[in-house]
Write a protein that binds this ligand. Structure first.
Ligand code: NAD
Length: 425
């Protein structure tokens, strides 16, 4: 069985277990075990050398019970139909957990974007929209950036979409757009801010606050930096950072500072010197990846890549709380071992859902033609995330399951109610 099939099987299994624990009509799993719509297209692109190359594009809409599908489009060599199906099934959970009137979607193009010139990349982006046009729309399917796509590509997408559809300015068809094209304030920081809110909430549940708690973070990119910034604003102390390092034989290395890093100083070093590893400051020690994961910290935030925490690494971890900023950073075996040891894991579907939440606000703002202030968005994100966190923590306590399973249960409970009222079973 291929790895991609494994991803699909794994997410189906999570749906099955949650449906069984909720004692739902078996029809719910039958409906949700596959996607409602999967589109595969061929996108011809005229290359700079005069030749034509044809790229495979996909878009999956999992469950449309709660509303139009929403989720990113990635440009990556490993994109496949099964991958986008599995990822759209995860998106259904994320959006339902957040109480959004949306379903799960995901799309992609099988391509190595580094091999395309800027003109070829624009042509591929516009070609994707032309091929998928019929199935895109503010009330149909709303894509966003994902791996190797960004606000600039959203700009090409929306421009092509408007040109194709009688000049209707339906800006809410894509989110994650540049501010000048109807993007939302506070979108950049939304995922990292959400990770920090999830951790703060977990401590509040135990009547504790984050003051003087220590944390270590893997990844200091968009998610990692903002998570670190807000955690330190909440009073926690960053003592370890692990990032990619092309000069190291493992491809990454880490830094440690007992008295705690200044997050803004690290950000400036990254900007000026290209990497936080270039910090020159008294007391800072270079440490190995193994030493990083074994740090004596309260909180660990993997915010870089999938499968970073294997079972072997899990055995060395001392943190009591792990908040998954990246998607799938803890292997299932590692998660099982850690939870048996009493470590609390806030799963990706909950911890890193701040991005899609603020994307939802962008969609609302585009449709009503009124733009919220930065403060309004921050406040709304906090309120909406705390509501979702409370619902999942309550479900976990009530049914004595971990937060990942509770997230699936809470989301599927909402989707199944919508399916029932639609008369689907
Ligand atoms: P990014 O490219 O901005 O940053 C990635 C960071 O990870 C960099 O600091 C890099 O040095 C580090 N890194 C890469 N390989 C590493 C390795 N082998 N060891 C240690 N560090 C390594 O990416 P991002 O937007 O911050 O996203 C990080 C993760 O979060 C990804 O898995 C992404 O899919 C997921 N995610 C992102 C968002 C979002 O809104 N950006 C939302 C949900 C999930």
């Amino acid at each position: 069985m291929s790895e991609k099939l494994d991803i699909l099987e794994a997410v189906r299994n999570e749906y099955k277990q949650a449906c069984e624990s909720l004692n739902l009509d078996p029809a719910v799993y039958e409906i949700l075990k596959d996607v409602e719509r999967i589109i595969e297209v061929s996108i011809p692109v005229k290359m700079d050398d005069g030749s034509t190359k044809v790229f495979k594009g996909y878009r999956s809409a999992h469950s449309l019970a709660l509303g139009p599908s929403k989720g990113g489009i990635r440009f990556d060599r490993n994109v496949s139909a099964d991958e986008v199906k599995a990822l759209s099934m995860m998106m259904s959970i994320k959006v339902a957990l957040l109480n959004l009137p949306l379903g799960g979607g995901k799309g992609g193009v099988r391509v190595d974007p580094k091999k395309l010139s800027p003109r070829e990349l624009e042509s591929l982006s516009r070609g994707y929209v032309r091929a998928m046009n019929e199935y895109l729309g503010e009330k149909i399917d709303i894509p966003a950036p994902d791996v190797n796509t960004n606000a600039k590509i959203m700009g090409y997408f929306i421009d092509e979409y408007i040109n194709l559809n009688g000049s209707r300015q339906e800006l809410g068809t894509f989110t994650g757009k540049p501010l000048a094209l109807g993007g939302s304030l506070a979108r950049d920081q939304a995922t990292g801010f959400g990770v920090a809110l999830a951790i703060k909430y977990a401590y509040q549940r135990k009547d504790l606050d984050l003051k003087d708690k220590t944390f270590a973070i893997q990844g200091f990119g968009n998610v990692g930096y903002f998570a670190a910034k807000y955690l330190s604003d909440f009073g926690a102390k960053l003592i370890g950072v692990n990032v990619s390092d092309p000069r190291d034989k493992n491809g990454s290395s880490a830094i440690f500072l007992d008295q705690g890093f200044d997050v803004e100083e690290l950000k400036n070093i990254r900007k000026e010197k290209g990497s936080v590893l270039s910090i020159e400051k008294e007391g800072v020690k270079r440490i190995s990846n193994e030493e990083f994961f074994a740090l004596n910290v309260d909180i660990l935030v993997p915010a870089a890549l999938e499968n970073a925490i294997t079972e072997d690494i899990a055995r060395t971890i001392k943190a009591k709380l792990i908040a998954e900023g990246a998607n799938g950073p803890t292997s299932p075996k590692a998660a099982f071992y850690l939870e048996e040891k009493g470590v609390l894991i806030i799963p990706d579907i909950l911890a890193n859902s701040g991005g899609v939440l603020v994307s939802h606000y962008e969609w609302i703002q585009n449709q009503i033609g009124y733009y919220f202030s930065y403060e309004q968005i921050k406040k709304k994100q906090e309120d909406d995330m705390v509501k979702a966190l409370k619902e999942v923590f309550d479900m976990a306590e009530k049914t004595k399951v971990n937060l990942r399973k509770a997230s699936f249960m809470k989301a599927i409970e909402k989707i199944s109610q919508a399916l029932e009222y639609r008369g689907r079973f």
